[in-house]
Each structure stands twice: as C-alpha cells, then as structure tokens.
Design a protein around this ligand. Structure first.
Ligand code: FES
Length: 152
C-alpha cells in the first residue's frame, strides 16, 4: 500500500515537473519545442549497443534505465538505421505512466494507463489523451566503437 502511494506521489511530481520544464523550454527556446529535443541536465552517458541483441537490427528497441536519469524512468532506445538511434523518455506526457516498449513491427508506442498512442519513429502523439510528444533526448552513435552517447 505504501509503495502504491509513493508511486502516485512520484507520478504527480513528474507530471508537474514535465509541465514546468515544457513551459520553460517553450518560452525560452522555441526551436527546442519544434524539434522536441529537450536537454534537462547536459549529462552524457555512453551505451554499448553491441551488448544488446535487440538493437542489432534496424527497428529493434529496448528499454534502458541510466542511474537516475529521466526521473529514474528508463528510456526507449530504437534503432532507426545503421547509424541512427532515437532515444525517447518512457514517461507518458499525459499523467506520467511508463509507456510500453513497442513490439516488433508495431509503428506505435502505447501507454496502458489511458490508451495514449505515440509514433515509434518520432515520439509524436498519434492518439490522446496525451497532447505532447514523448521527450526526445539527443543521441549520437559512433559506429567504430558501437557506442551510443545519450545526452540527458
Ligand atoms: S498516463 Fe499515459 S495515457 Fe494517461
């Protein structure tokens, strides 16, 4: 019971934080709103893609947590091309539930809490009630070392 209360408090905190961060970014940097690439901490982490078989093929996706980044929630890492990865927050922009990992061939990312649907290739909203896209993190891939650098 205590754990459920803590999760609800965490969800409410994250919902308010997302609204605050989104509002500040939209006011101060319109370009960031247009691309939905939001940097919140400027902390870069490196991820060895070769250790994850799901990411060996284009279209592959995994959920991965990075030691307290993204509010403690994992991110979705999706291989878009040989040397291109999309990194999205798993925090639903409606009320901060954790979205599902997209299934093989599924063009969408689903949130089971209230059935919001996001585009797997952009994080944009396909169906509400969510109205904002999933937060997108900057990511660069070094093909020679198979290392993905994600900036939170
Ligand atoms: S929290 Fe995801 S749809 Fe409501």
């Amino acid at each position: 019971m205590k754990q459920i209360v803590m999760l609800e408090e965490r969800r409410e905190f994250l919902t308010q934080a997302l609204k605050l961060v989104g509002g500040c970014v939209c006011v101060s940097a319109l370009a960031a709103c247009e691309t939905d690439v939001l940097k919140s901490s400027n902390i870069a982490v490196r991820y060895d893609v070769s250790q994850t078989s799901e990411l060996s093929t284009i279209g592959g996706a995994v959920k991965q947590a990075f030691d307290g980044q993204n509010g403690g929630f994992p991110v979705l890492i999706i291989r878009m091309d040989d040397d291109d990865f999309l990194v999205l927050s798993s925090i639903c922009t409606h009320q901060a539930c954790e979205v599902n990992l997209p299934g093989d061939g599924d063009p969408n990312i689903w949130c089971e809490c209230h059935d919001s649907v996001f585009d797997r290739s952009t994080g944009d909203v396909v169906n509400g009630p969510a109205t904002a896209p999933l937060q997108r993190f900057e990511a660069s891939f070094d093909k020679s070392t198979e290392t993905l650098t994600i900036t939170f």
